[in-house]
Design a protein around this ligand. Structure first.
Ligand SMILES: [Zn+2]
Length: 252
């Protein structure tokens, strides 16, 4: 696959809790959940620790195994849990967590997996758009620390990768034939907010990504965030990642 990406921390932040890992035939995008101040996570590690290890484990598995993506993700979650089980209390409901989005070529198909709010957008050769969006976190009854904790990784709530391998079974998955696929975009919510917060259409986001480059998406979201500063309840800026995938470079 031909893959191009941009990932940047929120303006003014030094650390990027998003992570992109790419290989010859795959891309993995993770967006670590920022921890609320003063909350005991039961974990001596920070969010970048979890994101780096889960991304590394997924990359190793994707390079060496052709299992389905759900199985690979469950395996990777278990691997990372084992790495900090001796030092950390993994039953803590505030244990660090991350979204996961994976796109992987396997033979004549491209497989995708989305867990939590890092969407994948597919455009077929006729221009039709398919959005793979796991927006369960947008439908909670409340967003206090307690409410989010109560609904995390439980049926009827929302699912993230961290301390529960069974979260992999909750991911949205599917496959498309390579012959049908024009291109795909993978985003963290810091970039997909162009649609979800700023009113862009998904098709236009794909046009921006594929017609320019991933950096153009980040520039557009920063400008929109700047214009709308103070008008939304969420963070004004967020770490932002955009990835463009094609089966082969344009013109080949
Ligand atoms: Zn830990």
């Amino acid at each position: 696959m031909w893959i191009s990406h941009a990932t940047h921390p929120a303006p003014g932040e030094r650390h990027n809790e998003d992570l992109v890992v790419t290989g010859p035939d795959f891309v993995v995008v993770l967006d670590g959940a920022t921890q609320a101040a003063g909350v005991d996570t039961g974990c001596v590690h920070d969010v970048p620790w979890l994101v780096a290890r889960l991304g590394g484990s997924l990359a190793q598995l994707l390079l060496t195994q052709a299992d389905d993506l759900t199985d690979l993700l469950a395996h990777a979650i278990r691997t990372v849990m084992a790495q900090h089980a001796p030092s950390c209390e993994l039953s803590n409901p505030d244990s660090p967590s991350t979204t996961v989005a994976i796109l992987r070529r396997r033979g004549d198909a491209v497989d995708y997996l989305v867990l939590a709010d890092s969407p994948i957008v597919l455009r077929d050769r006729a221009g039709a758009i398919t959005v793979v969006l796991d927006d369960r976190i947008d439908h909670l009854s409340g967003y206090t620390v307690e409410a989010v904790r109560e609904h995390r990784n439980v049926p009827g709530g929302f699912w993230v990768a961290g301390n529960a391998p069974q979260a992999a079974d909750e991911a949205l998955t599917g496959s498309v034939e390579i012959s049908q696929l024009d291109c795909a975009g993978v985003f963290t919510d810091g970039a997909s907010r162009l649609v979800e917060r700023h009113g862009m259409m998904w098709a236009d986001l794909l046009d921006l990504l594929a017609g320019h480059d991933p950096e153009a998406v980040i520039r557009r979201v920063r400008a929109a965030d700047h214009r709308m500063a103070g008008q939304h309840s969420g963070k004004t800026h967020d770490d932002a990642t955009a990835v463009l995938c094609r089966v082969a470079p344009r013109g080949s």
